[in-house]
Ligand binder design. Sequence first.
Ligand SMILES: Cc1ncc(COP(=O)(O)O)c(C=O)c1O
Length: 333
Amino acid sequence: MRLPSLPRWPLAHLPTPLEDARNLSAALDGPRILIKRDDLTGLALGGNKTRKLEYLIADAWEQGATVIITTGAAQSNHCRQAAAAARVAGMRCVLVLSSADADPPAQGNLLLDYLLGAEVHFVRDRSERQPEMERIAEELRRQGERPYIIPTGGSTPLGASAYVAAAFELTQQLIANSWDVSRVYVTSSTSGGTHAGLALGARLCGDPFQVVGIGIEADAAAIRDVVLPLANATAEFLGVDARLGPDDLRIDDRYVGPGYGIPTAECLEAIKLAAQTEGLLLDPVYTGKTLAGMIDHIRNGEIGREETVVFIHTGGAPALFAQADALMASLKR
Ligand SMILES: Cc1ncc(COP(=O)(O)O)c(C=O)c1O
């Protein structure tokens, strides 16, 4: 197993806390709910990507990189954390952000990208991201720079390895507290590194819990087509024999709503409930929908009252400010 010997650039505050959300549990008349606070990884408002960036930035450094190039949506949490991580490592950061709006408002994550000194390039469509990153990398090479491209979400086998490590971290916390957890809820996306790493990590820990991925975009089949090969490529990369099959991945796509980044009424309700019971700030793109899925599983009886479940808070609260209107409208209802 290569994981302990992989180079890591220390960026995150680890282990992240695992908190007992008693008020949330009582409000739902539900199971014990533990919240794994990966929103508190600490780098420039934190989030799940900081774990991945510890490995990716170390790799970039080893390759002599001078500039990080990465990509996402205009409100990408990954891009904000990558911009901060590049700064810590003394590198420049170029972000290729897709946005239907040619000049999106400097709010939330985008505001922080500018503050962190990232060089921002906009493209209109997701499909233009990769070619644009390659074009910029070529141009930078001609200028004598050494660019390092991080694909969407840092979801490579190296990046996903961080969530294999997170599964070990969580399992140790559960053992130390004698918490017997049945399920771990996490966002599942078409980037997929977090779900892939956790699912593989759980397998390597002896499957102490089921990982339940709640889709926030696309449908379950499309997400599985990304997460499954990534989990198995990560296993190969780490030099472990374990392999996952399609039935090993639980992905529930019933809470996506109209699409990526468009909050549903249930998502906004979940954000409000988390804030007003636990003082916990979720986000409108990822964790709000994920908690909405978990709440529905509690209400429809899929999760029994006697169970203990974990919700992985992967961060993203800066995007709340970019969706202030939708949030305020829901608070007034
Ligand atoms: C807050 C938040 N949660 C979850 C995810 C999904 O993580 P992954 O890209 O590993 O699927 C992201 C990705 O950007 C995110 O920003």
